[in-house]
Design a binder for this molecule. Structure first.
Ligand code: FES
Length: 132
């Protein structure tokens, strides 16, 4: 969706479910991670450029209100998980309201190196898969 720079952009709501439901309003067309940083939403991050996978999150509502996944997201997230609503916040542009959750870094499984495994599934995804 393109917005004319001279037109005021409509405001959309982001609910950070993993941050006690903190709710903010941002202009449509915003980047999800950038808005999280600006308004203390709490989404974990490291590179900010689609490389590390740290900002992996789950759009629990409003996944349809985002631009298509980028190539960098497709490198990190399977088609199946994209369809379930998993995205990289640093690569996600929102066009409408959404609700987002994530697995805190300290709860992610560890790789043999001891670093968090950002590709591991979160509890909400496991619950969704178990209920089908
Ligand atoms: S912060 Fe590294 S991929 Fe998004």
């Amino acid at each position: 969706m393109n917005y004319d720079d001279e037109e005021p952009q409509p405001l959309v709501t982001i609910v950070f479910l993993a941050n006690d439901g903190k709710t903010i309003e941002v202009p449509a067309g915003s980047n999800l991670l950038r808005m999280s940083l600006r308004k203390q939403g709490g989404i974990p991050f490291k590179c900010g450029g689609g490389i590390c996978g740290t900002c992996r999150c789950l759009l629990e509502e409003g996944a349809e209100n985002t631009a298509a996944p980028t190539k960098k997201e497709r490198n990190h997230i399977s088609d199946e998980h994209l369809a379930l609503g998993y995205r990289l916040a640093c690569q996600t542009t929102l066009t409408g309201p959404l609700k987002v959750s994530w697995v805190p870094l300290e709860q992610r499984k560890k790789l043999p190196s001891g670093q968090p495994d950002h590709s591991t599934m979160g509890p909400r995804l496991l619950a969704k898969e178990g209920s089908s």
